[in-house]
Design a protein around this ligand. Structure first.
Ligand code: AMP
Length: 442
């Protein structure tokens, strides 16, 4: 499957080529066609899966049909970092179009953001609190919003944005398309999605309830400060297997990589602070066997697809059961078998209980590793100051935007014209309680 076969506009295909995206990720493959058809989408997909392009590409594709006043696409995100990231991704994807984007979040002056509304910017990426601040003024008119996107909806709910979201929903037309993305699907999310989506296409919701049958899962109970040593011992025992190791934070990934290299184990790392070219270099070194160990945070690791991955190690026990399932899903692909080891420190036992509850079974305890065959120096991530927080989400290390808080606005505009498009079918759907008018599709 190629992006071209998804039917995307040539200007978007050119931008994808520049970005080096050769083929759609799973979430893009699954969600772009129904989104182009105008369907509401309920997608269970976390950062790193390519979800941003999964909702931006069909939205931009639609906007290119004709030039109308914005905002026409409204993206709600929980954090200012995510808002800025989504706006940057949009700018990259829309580089050959005239479509403009502005991010709207707190902590910085309102004025440039106000200008973005006044200029009828087509795509607004906003944190709910700051958007509501603007909505008290007449210059905000959301009646032209045709596509509403909720990004990381679970995190928005965790952060207490539900009342804000409900207030925003009252001001956007009912006659719209809604794309709802969430890394997890707890009850409250299912309820919210039920309230705001109409006959949604469900994507990946069922898929991630349990790891594949071929995954041989084990836990190792180990003190935080002994994790690096345990990993080296396990690696020593496994010959030349390629091993993917997940850490909770970027700095732990850095320190673990340094520790492994210092002990003669060729290792690379990928995480959100590394540039695309650094990530690509690391990935290709791992894929072609030049390095044996790849250390990753969740942020960067979703797309990793390496054929012969025999072992995945959760160096830190994931705080979200869904992250565990995604991570261990990196092994035993295509009905092969593989091992997934999870290191659990005393303070992470609660996380393990949540995981076992989610997958519906107790994970076997791994054998006590033999005493180290070699002298190991200290300095791995467990021995440093960065101990895991008790709970919360995994990886990423994003600062969170509080309701009504935030930082900076980056409105930008792009050059060059939009082209003629094929028509897109309007999606007339009905709620069980009544009907909603056909979407305003040309
Ligand atoms: P996201 O899940 O949207 O945060 O995306 C994770 C990373 O994957 C980002 O660095 C994107 O630029 C990258 N990405 C998104 N789609 C693709 C693709 N089809 N091929 C390669 N990289 C991609």
């Amino acid at each position: 499957m190629t992006f071209k076969s998804l039917g995307l506009h040539p200007k978007l295909l050119d931008a994808l080529k520049d970005l080096g995206f050769e083929k759609p990720t799973q979430i893009q493959h699954d969600s772009i066609p129904p989104a182009i058809d105008g369907a509401d989408i309920l997608a269970c997909s976390a950062t790193g899966s390519g979800k941003t392009a999964a909702f931006l590409l069909p939205s931009l594709d639609y906007l290119l049909e004709e030039a109308l006043s914005g905002p026409r696409v409204l993206v709600l995100t929980p954090t200012r970092e995510l808002a800025a990231q989504v706006a940057d991704d949009m700018a990259d994807l829309a580089k050959y179009t005239k479509l403009r984007v502005a991010s709207v979040y707190g902590g910085v002056g309102m004025r440039p953001q106000e200008q973005a509304f006044r200029r009828k910017t087509e795509v607004i990426v906003a944190c709910p609190g700051r958007l509501l601040d603007h909505m008290q003024h007449k210059y905000v008119d959301l009646r032209n919003v045709e596509i509403l996107i909720l990004d990381e909806a679970d995190r928005m709910l965790d952060m207490g944005f539900l009342p804000d979201i409900k207030r925003i929903l009252k001001r956007v037309p009912e006659d719209r398309q809604t794309l709802f993305f969430s890394a997890t699907m707890p009850k409250e999310i299912v309820k919210l999605s039920g309230d705001i989506l109409v006959d949604p296409v469900h994507i990946a919701v069922e898929r991630d309830q349990a790891p594949a049958a071929g995954v041989n899962q084990k836990v190792f109970f180990v003190e935080q400060g002994r994790k690096s040593r345990l990993l080296v011992d396990i690696l020593d025992d496994r010959g030349n297997d390629s091993v993917l190791v997940f850490t909770r934070t970027k700095s732990r990934a850095n320190r673990l990589t340094t520790f492994l290299v210092r002990h003669g184990i060729e290792s690379e790392r990928i995480h959100g602070n590394r540039s695309q070219s650094q990530r690509e270099r690391a990935m290709s070194a791992f894929k072609n066997g030049r390095v044996r160990v790849l250390v990753a945070t969740d942020v960067a690791a979703r797309g990793i697809d390496v054929d012969s991955l025999g072992l995945v190690v959760n160096f830190d026990c994931p705080g979200q059961p869904e992250d565990y399932i995604h991570r261990v899903g990196r092994t035993a692909r295509a009905e092969r078998t593989g091992d997934a080891y999870t290191f659990v420190s005393p303070e992470e036992k609660g996380h393990l209980r949540d995981i076992e509850k989610k997958i519906g079974k107790k994970i076997e305890t791994g054998p006590k590793p033999p005493p180290s065959k070699r002298e190991l120096t200290s300095g791995g991530p467990g021995s440093g100051p960065s101990q895991p927080r008790g709970g919360g989400r995994q990886g990423g290390g994003q600062r969170q935007d509080r309701p009504r808080g935030g930082r900076r606005s980056t409105p930008r505009s792009k050059s060059q014209g939009g082209g003629q498009r094929r028509g897109k079918p309007g999606a007339s759907k009905s709620r069980s309680s009544g009907s909603r008018p056909p979407k305003r599709r040309s």
